[in-house]
Design a protein around this ligand. Structure first.
Ligand code: ZN
Length: 408
């Protein structure tokens, strides 16, 4: 996957290259799609970067818009992502036909690279049944989209159910497994109470076995979570990624009257760090809410909660990664919102977005760093993003695995 034999040999002069902390002036070489030590033989070309700023490409750790129903929508999706400089993505819940629609457009050198969980695992009446029923009602999903390899949701009630459905789950060749935890400390109470329809998930007692089955099949596990209790249950069961930060969408009324259930403790953060788990942010949705006036309470409460939890994770060196869960956008607005919270410096946030996030999605690949032996994929920015984070939007040149990607 790393080497692309027909990619040109190029010398890159006069660039300032990001090393995860700062920019330094260097000459770099690439050949066959990877960065190399000193050029061997005569290069095909020399590119003068004129003092501009070179960073690894961005990534999007949580988005369901990696899907396509036609070649036109597939092409538009790839163009939207490459234009924003987001070359790596992760779709944690998709139907197989949406994934098939992207075949040939993703996971090729000049496209974007995406992993798919296929259908997510939830409990009876669990999230995202509400979304599924809405989509079914408007004809966007099919009656056969539950409990089938082609579908959107696996409903798993108990151990026997899991054992029975597991072969069909693997039959869809998922890249990873997605499970739903929602208020998992109240699983029994919520299970047969219709007021909690769609606001419950899988039985947390099944999670250790799911993780063990997934890991033996060579698959990582991402857990959807809502609360700090879910965060703990997920980590104690051994999941590899936490798909959201607690309180990311508020309670059942999308409000935050009491933030206590969503506050991460030192012990929670310490556990995440010890397990080496990645935590996906998905916090930028609140950026649409007003910061002033009578309707600003939710926004202010959310900003405070999110900044507090991020500081807690940062303090314990937890591997926080950037994901938006925003169907209409790439991860750019999410990263801009994170920058606005001021928890991470611009350089720290850039490293989370361009180094940690791609490596969480493709742990087996040498990506996210601009050094010999790594894939020659990068963005060239006109202006310094460590000086002003919005400069991440000043993309002048996009290169993936040695190939220049044309802009729209
Ligand atoms: Zn999601």
């Amino acid at each position: 996957m790393a080497q692309t034999t027909d990619a040109p040999s190029v010398v890159l002069i006069n660039g300032q290259w990001f090393d995860g902390v700062r920019f330094t002036a260097r000459t770099m070489y690439m050949s066959h799609g990877v960065f190399t030590d000193l050029g061997t033989g005569k290069p095909d070309s020399v590119i003068d970067l004129r003092g501009r700023f070179v960073i690894p490409p961005f990534a999007e750790a949580h988005n369901h818009n990696f899907d396509a129903g036609s070649p036109e929508t597939a092409r538009a999706l790839v163009a939207k992502y490459t234009d924003d400089g987001v070359f790596y993505g992760q779709n944690p819940s998709n139907v197989l036909r949406a994934r098939r629609g992207l075949a040939g457009f993703v996971n090729v050198p000049t496209g974007i690279d995406v992993t798919f969980s296929n259908a997510g695992l939830t409990g009876p009446g669990g999230h995202p049944m509400g979304l599924y029923l809405r989509n079914l009602g408007r004809g966007a999903m099919l009656p056969t989209d539950t409990n089938s390899t082609e579908g959107f949701i696996w409903i798993i009630a108990n151990k026997a159910d899991l054992a029975r459905k597991w072969p069909s789950i693997l039959a869809g060749k998922p890249d990873f497994i997605k499970v739903m935890l929602l208020y998992s400390d109240e699983y029994e109470k919520r299970l047969n109470d219709s007021t909690f329809f769609n606001w419950r998930g899988i039985d947390p007692k099944l999670l250790p076995e799911i993780v063990q089955r997934a890991h033996s099949a060579g698959l990582r596990v991402m857990a959807h979570i809502e609360t700090a209790a879910d965060f703990r249950n997920a980590l104690e069961s051994g999941v590899d990624q936490i798909g959201h930060m607690p309180g990311f969408r508020g309670n059942e009324q999308t409000k935050l009257p009491d933030v206590a259930p969503y506050e991460l403790s030192d012990a929670d953060a310490e556990l995440a760090a010890r397990r080496g788990a990645f935590v996906v942010t998905t916090l930028g949705g609140v950026a649409a809410l007003p910061t002033n006036g009578p309707d600003s309470v939710m926004r202010r409460t959310a900003d405070r909660l999110f900044a507090r939890n991020l500081r807690m994770l940062k303090k314990h060196r937890v591997r926080v990664i950037v994901g938006s869960d925003s169907y209409r956008t790439t991860s750019v607005p999410e990263a801009m919102y994170l920058a606005s919270l001021g928890v991470y410096t611009n350089a720290e946030l850039l490293r989370l977005w361009t180094e940690e996030t791609p490596r969480a999605i493709f742990p087996e690949r040498r990506i996210g760093r601009l050094v010999p032996g790594y894939e020659a994929s990068f963005l060239v920015l006109d202006k310094d993003p460590t000086a002003d984070f919005s400069n991440v939007k000043t993309i002048r040149l996009r290169v993936k695995q040695g190939f220049t990607i044309p802009s729209k």
